[in-house]
Ligand binder design. Structure first.
Ligand SMILES: [Zn+2]
Length: 341
């Protein structure tokens, strides 16, 4: 069905959405940062500077490392367990406004360790905030703890240990992000094997700032069940075949790739070619507050840019439901709801 933009936008708004690639700290919007710095004079100025820098650059970063630096800075603005709880509450309210029904949110446990703070104390506050928000927002949240590639193996193992300790609070996976070039997957094979043995799901950002070999390594050496970005997959037909045969979904985040300078324009994103190649694509917002986007916006931008209609928007939504770590019953219920939109 070909339809006008506003009818398609309202269809997208009604989709029961699932977000699988979303960083808590990168989802702290300017109003939330100002809210949590309201009573902290030193912090207020830093928050205002950080927000002004994002706006003056139109949420663009000089390069991928510049983005990682900005992520580090926003993580420093979120200080106490109470701050993290507020960021969580505001994020879940925002997700509810977009009709996101389920989210697997990445918590940068690696950055918390780098800040020399207690992962347990902070995450308890985060998990409490999410639990409190669930009944009135209808947003169910599960958590992925993220290690940083360029912080090394001992650091990743500490993140794994924290994830294992906090499983009863909704942590279901170990992920890894950061600089692919400075943290090769082969370094982390043992850590991810231990994660699997503990029953945690394994995820990895790969093929974001590096070539397709990084995607293959994420799948083969880390046992990644989903790949974050996978932007360079099409450069190697063997990698495409691997993703297709093993049915590894890609967590695609186009605005993120444009804003971090990995691609020049939305039109250059390989998303439509991924679909043509038979890959499983899910659409995500990554660090929406750092890229001036939201999951709703990503759906609207994708349909506008690539000329997708309702069917493709619904397919992307269904892919995310199926690629999630929800129970079979939860998936079935959400798919049934999607069919009724
Ligand atoms: Zn990410």
């Amino acid at each position: 069905m070909i339809e006008n933009d506003s009818s398609l936008d309202s269809y997208i708004a009604r989709l029961p959405k699932v977000e699988l690639h979303l960083h808590l700290e990168g989802a702290a919007r300017p109003e939330t940062l100002l809210e949590l710095s309201a009573t902290k004079t030193g912090l207020r100025q830093k928050a205002e500077e950080w927000i002004a820098a994002r706006r003056s650059n139109h949420f663009r970063y000089a390069n991928f490392r510049d983005f990682l630096e900005a992520f580090k800075l926003v993580s420093l603005l979120i200080e106490t367990p109470g701050d993290y709880a507020l960021v969580t509450t505001r994020l879940i309210e925002w997700l509810a406004n977009q009709n996101v029904r389920y989210a697997e949110i990445t918590f940068a446990a690696g950055v918390v360790l780098w800040k020399k703070q207690s992962v347990d104390a902070i995450f308890e506050a985060v998990a409490d905030a999410a639990k409190k928000a669930e009944p009135h927002t209808g947003v169910k949240v599960r958590w992925i703890f993220d290690a940083i590639r360029h912080f090394g193996v001992d650091h990743a193992r500490e993140v794994l240990q924290a994830a294992a300790r906090l499983r009863s609070r909704g942590v279901m996976g170990l992920g890894i992000g950061g600089d692919e070039a400075r943290g090769h997957a082969k370094l982390f094979g043992d850590v991810f094997r231990e994660a699997r043995d503990l029953g945690l799901h394994c995820l990895a950002h790969a093929g974001e700032a590096c070539g397709p070999e990084s995607i293959r390594d994420a799948v083969e050496l880390l046992g990644a069940e989903r790949v974050g970005h996978g932007l360079t997959a099409l450069q190697d037909s063997n990698v495409v075949a691997l993703l297709r045969e093993r049915q590894i979904p890609l967590e695609v985040c186009p605005s993120s790739n444009v804003c971090t300078g990995l691609i020049a324009r939305w039109e250059d994103h390989p998303l439509p070619k991924f679909l043509d190649a038979g890959l499983t694509v899910t659409l995500n917002s990554d660090d929406p507050a750092m890229f001036g986007t939201s999951l709703q916006d990503e759906f609207v931008r994708a349909t506008n840019c690539f000329g997708f209609q309702r069917e493709t928007a619904a397919d992307l939504c269904r892919n995310a439901i199926r690629a999630s770590f929800m129970s079979a019953g939860e998936k079935q219920a959400l798919e049934a709801e999607l069919a009724r939109v």
